[in-house]
Ligand binder design. Sequence first.
Ligand code: C2E
Ligand code: MG
Ligand code: MG
Length: 715
Amino acid sequence: MPVRPHVLLISPRTELSALARMSLLEGGWESFEVEGAGSLHAGLQRLTTAGVDAILLDLVLPDSAGLPTLQRVFLAAPHIPILVLGDDDSRALFRTLLQAGAQDCLVRTRINSDSLARALNGAIGRKIAEDALFLERERAQVTLNSIGDAVLSTDVKGRITYLNAVAERLTGWNLADARGRDLRQVFNVISAVTRAVVTDPILGAIAHDHVIALSADSVLIQRSGAEVPIEDSVAPIHGRGGDVSGAVIVFHDVSESRSIKQRMAYLAQHDFLTDLPNRVLLNERLQHALDLGKRHQRRLAVMFLDLDHLKHINDSLGHSVGDQLLTEVARRLLACVRGSDTVSRQGGDEFVVLLSEIEQPSDVVAVAEKIRTALAGVYDVADHALYLTASIGVSIYPEDGDTAELLTRNADTAMYQAKADGRDTHRFFSVEMNLRATERQSVEEGLRQALARQEFFLQFQPKVDLGSGCITGAEALIRWRHPERGVLLPSQFIPIAEDCGLIVQIGAWVLETACRQARDWMQAASSFTQISINISAHEFVSKGFYERVCQALGDNQLPAGCVELELTETALMRDADGTVRMLGALHALGVRLAVDDFGTGYSSLSYLKRFPITTLKIDQSFVRDVTIDEDDANIVTAMVAIGHSLRQQVVAEGIEQLAQLAFLQSLQCQEGQGFLFSQPLDADRFGSLLAEGGLCAVTGITWPASLATVGRIPA
Ligand code: C2E
Ligand code: MG
Ligand code: MG
């Protein structure tokens, strides 16, 4: 209630003013005001400014009378309660007056302060309640329209009573059209899975009188027929007496979050590059196929594929080329199998194919060969014509295992065998392979102890000047005296040491031991000028490699030019930029750098030019057939020419025959190594050879003609 109600009395009768004042006092308002206006004109004038809480309007005024009087006042103050004062004659008019906006009609001659007080009290009180209600509604309306959720309400029979702006947008209905309609018409919801209409949610909420949530796969069919996935809940609305008087549905569009969820579920099971199922999905499918296979006594096969040399392509041409290649591999693989089979990518260059139904193992041979041939075709990627091969390992249920894990592991083992057998082939798993895999395991364990137990030693193979026959230096070759298996060659343990990281420690030992040995020989024999040391790719990029080289040189006071580090092409190409930096540093130090096994890996001539390479070592596989294979002869000729034109020292590896030597000499190839001159020798044996004066010491003869008889060193 206003503290100080202000009543405007529009009447020329002054006695009414006193009455009004009295009533306000009796109504309990101690502080109030009654303001008089003697004519309609004066009243209307007063109403142009605020501060009036109620109007007492005399129907008979000097300038107006009857209904028009009320109409004009109502028009001027539609929100202020108007109490009309008439005489007995105006009673007939009262109903019309109430309809025209009057709050109450009183007969002037019958009122006293008491009844006037009640009438004023009621009118002002109602007005205040109405204002409060209006405000409340307004607040609710603004709130409902500004929240992100759609809100819809119905009466107890399920007829629409309200939609907020979001609900209008989502259903496609506006409130005016929807009001009074059956909920089903406006809020038509089906299940995304079954497409069945969802049972009326309101009925449930109303019947059980509690909040219920709709099933998670609900889809709202809009007025236009379009579909929106929604999430919603329904709550009953209670009347004053606590009885249910309707329901309110709150819902929102979940298309985005639902599609993100679906996308995430998809990504969790697929390879992002090729879109093939990943390891997770493969395992699921394999498990399922195994269950079926067990039930129906059917075979299935797991093929483990590893792309040979993909790494080189990645390293030399970049990952984007590698990625395109992998995508094409995925496409070719899919074309080789049936729709019921699964082709999956395990990551890197590994793929697994699940053949879920096979009659007999020979069927798998056909598929494996089909895959091998399909993958071997040329790849046209980013203006490069590339070639790839795959090594494939196969395991079969039930012969090679009855769990997903065992079958995959055995297929993997078979794949390693395929690689060991020269790649570009397939191998079926066998028990022996498993033995070999276990053996590999034991080699790894043995390697961990070998350094501490001093089981490694070096042999040295002379490097010979092909012009003079003099020993120019030696290549250090590591050997492992295995406690049970005798002396092992590098091929039997270096790859394993590389895999498990031990190569870094082993390589450090080789570097140190070889440099110390070289120092001793240089002090003893002036003809010895150079030690060549093999460096693994892992070692080359390992932390502290450069420092270890400096230390080995410093400790033994070896001139840097006496040490040659041999790296394979593949190791050099692995990380071209990092390699350039390391090679630059080593070169600045004065160390010689050789490309080992030249011609067997991937190398780019531009890098060869960019790298500060001092020596090219032609791989023995080319030298082997130079006298019988014209292609090899041409290749070797070209290699020697490349080396010469880049002002590099050219060393031919694996010279076993005089004819090979003669051919290389004819090309002016400067240096060579091979069994023709010497097998790798123990340090003592090599030392005595040097002491004897080396190959040229057995002289007096013209090199190389008499080499065959006297120049050769017995192993
Ligand atoms: P590589 O550096 O190309 O070494 C030459 C290999 O050819 C040696 O085999 C050597 O014994 C062999 N060989 C020499 N002359 C002839 C010949 O006339 N005919 C034939 N058929 N073979 C010949 P080895 O000692 O078994 O070494 C194999 C490979 O192991 C080496 O190839 C090298 O890449 C690696 N290796 C050797 N020692 C080390 C080492 O200390 N560290 C690292 N990281 N790798 C090493
Ligand atoms: Mg070498
Ligand atoms: Mg070599």
